[in-house]
Design a protein around this ligand. Structure first.
Ligand code: NCD
Ligand code: ZN
Length: 346
């Protein structure tokens, strides 16, 4: 061992666990290193009611390895027929920690999402009243707007007007990918942003130069290098507005390596070693704990985790599994394309 680093156990504030065979395969991958995770509700059909979230939580608990210390933090999928009273009950019972806004058509299983924000104002007003955060997939879906501009246009035309209308609403800008997202998130109050592991590593060249890399395709799509640099500065700044949400999103290889491949990178298995590598490279290992274990809990009003994990750095590169095998088929583990010497101590 040439270095070690002990942190409070991290939280993953944006995670896709899926259901059934995929849930069984990927839940242990997150439970190994993470204490808690905000669980995304974009199943088919979506987790849109308190009753559905309760049942889904039970399926997640059943999929965890014996003795796992992992708490799923549930969310509801916002639809144009969401009942504000159901949301309020799910919140006051302690079951849910957020509601997720998917603009209809923006990403995987988002067709049941929101077309007209006017339709969901009663829900958003209730959330502002009770202090329940809204997590946003921040991309417009207007066909005329270029896919690389969809985040910045969302901020200007949807998010900023919404926050002016409901300044008390607490908002998490999920998986920001642009310098515009980084700057806007710092404008607070009542605002924060998650940043993924893969967006700290990839720019759009990694996705497209030398052949299309389906396992680097995710939404929002990776942007230019200057945007990746802005994300790196934000994540390593220690600033309370930014925290980890891996957006680890498993799809079987057959659907990634496909003529119309699914969006999502699967990073649950190796996120912490990859982040240690990146933060060390930026000379910011001392900010890793704020990013992975403190800022998110603080925004969500959760206690800081008392348990710890230790990352160790060896002279030998770490060998990660290349695939996780599920009954639904293999899932490729994110390959950063460089050697990583960090690992989480067992
Ligand atoms: C996510 C998925 O597959 O559910 N995909 C992705 O590329 N990030 C959905 C999402 O968060 O956009
Ligand atoms: Zn996601």
């Amino acid at each position: 061992m040439i270095k070690s680093l002990t942190l409070r156990r991290p939280d993953d504030m944006h995670l896709h666990l899926r259901d059934g065979a995929m849930l069984a395969a990927v839940a242990p991958e997150s439970a190994r290193d993470f204490a808690r995770a905000i669980i995304m509700p974009n199943l088919a059909p979506p987790i849109a009611t308190m009753a559905q979230a309760e049942a889904y939580r039970a399926r997640i608990m059943a999929a965890l390895p014996k003795g796992a210390q992992f708490e799923p933090l549930m969310t509801l999928y916002l639809t144009e027929t969401t009942d504000p009273a159901d949301v309020a009950r799910a919140h006051s019972s302690g079951l849910i920690k957020a509601v997720k806004l998917y603009p209809a058509g923006a990403t995987t299983n988002s067709h049941g999402g929101v077309r007209d924000l006017g339709q969901v104002m009663p829900v958003l007003e209730k959330m502002a009243d009770i202090g329940l955060p809204l997590c946003t997939h921040g991309e417009v879906t207007t066909p005329q707007v270029d896919i690389f501009d969809r985040e910045a246009v969302f901020i200007d035309t949807v998010l900023d007007p919404l926050r002016r209308r409901l300044p008390q609403l607490r908002v998490v800008m999920e998986h920001i990918t642009t310098q515009e997202g980084v700057s806007y998130a710092a404008e607070g109050p009542n605002l924060a942003a998650t940043i993924t592991t893969h967006h700290l590593i990839l720019n759009r060249n990694h996705l497209l130069v030398g052949g299309i890399k389906p396992h680097y395709y995710c939404l929002p799509v990776a942007k230019r290098e200057k945007h990746r640099q802005a994300l790196l500065r934000a994540a390593t700044s220690g600033h309370a507005s930014y925290f980890l949400g891996t957006d680890s999103a498993p799809h079987v290889d057959a659907l990634k390596e496909h003529a119309c491949g699914c969006a999502g990178c699967f990073t649950a298995t190796n996120t912490m070693p990859l982040l240690a590598h990146i933060f060390e490279q930026e000379g910011a290992l001392n900010q890793l704990e704020a990013f992975t274990s403190q800022n998110g809990a603080a925004f969500y009003g959760l206690p800081q985790n008392e348990a710890q994990i230790t990352l160790i750095k060896s002279a030998q590169p770490t060998v990660f599994p290349t695939k996780i095998l599920s009954q639904a088929g293999p899932v490729t583990v994110f390959d950063p394309g460089f050697a990583v010497h960090w690992q989480v101590q067992a």
